[in-house]
Design a protein around this ligand. Sequence first.
Ligand code: HXC
Length: 257
Amino acid sequence: MTETLILTEIEDGVALVRLNRPKAMHALNTALIVALMDALDVLDKDDDVGAIVLTGDVRAFAAGADIKEMQDASAVEMLQKDHIAPFDRIRKIGKPVIAAVSGWCLGGGNELAMSCDIIVASESAKFGQPEINLGVMPGAGGTQRLTRAVGKAVAMEMVLNNRTLSADEALHYGLVNRVVPVERYLEEARALAKEIATRAPLAIRAGKKAVNRALETHLADGITEERQSFYSLFSTDDQNEGMKAFAEKRKAKWKGK
Ligand code: HXC
């Protein structure tokens, strides 16, 4: 019987997406990564969904790429198969994705969490890039996004010496947005997603894209793109409604148009 690698449910405008390989600590094998990206693509196009929460379980968000799947691969096979490529698809998701992280968040798991837009961590979350223990290095953003998030000093220790960050350390270094008790981390992430899901959808997409561009482009180009996006929102009904509602001292009704 085929495992259902990804579980999805939708409630109050929020899609909850669960990684589902609990016996393997949600290790990210190729099938799981592809199933996850397929699910995110579908949800991105679903008008009933305003925001997405991605999670594992209390014990692990994800313990990294599936070591057993890749242990016998040659460099040529890795290049040809390029099983990290599907990871890039998450960058194309226009809706906000919130990672709800508890327990182990390692290697490709940490890279997946960092590919999300916001990270809500439980007090028991542990973040690391332990690839050095396997004789390799991070391959899906664990040297790039991590360094931009926590800075060179901490990133070097994590990548070169398997330094693991506690939830509080991750908060201190700016890797996560908030830390909450383990009983509440999922509800907290869902509540945050629900709040975001009530906001103007086109402006949310544009804002998310622009913030992510800040990590990818030069300041002058980023500022130019930001301004173009800002102006283009003036062609939307939502801009008209949002500013009218402000002037009329009432709550705006967003259409996503
Ligand atoms: C495959 C994994 C796995 C992984 C855990 N398991 N992590 N299988 N790949 N990354 C499996 C174990 O083999 C075991 O299966 C079961 O999950 C439970 O794990 P245990 O080790 O028994 O649990 P515990 O002692 O609690 O230790 C938890 C752990 C440890 C600290 C998370 O499992 C661990 O160190 N895992 C590897 C973490 C890692 O190195 N990640 C980086 C991977 S490389 P059985 O069948 O024995 O019960 C990577 C590169 C990214 O991510 C490249 C881009 C995608």
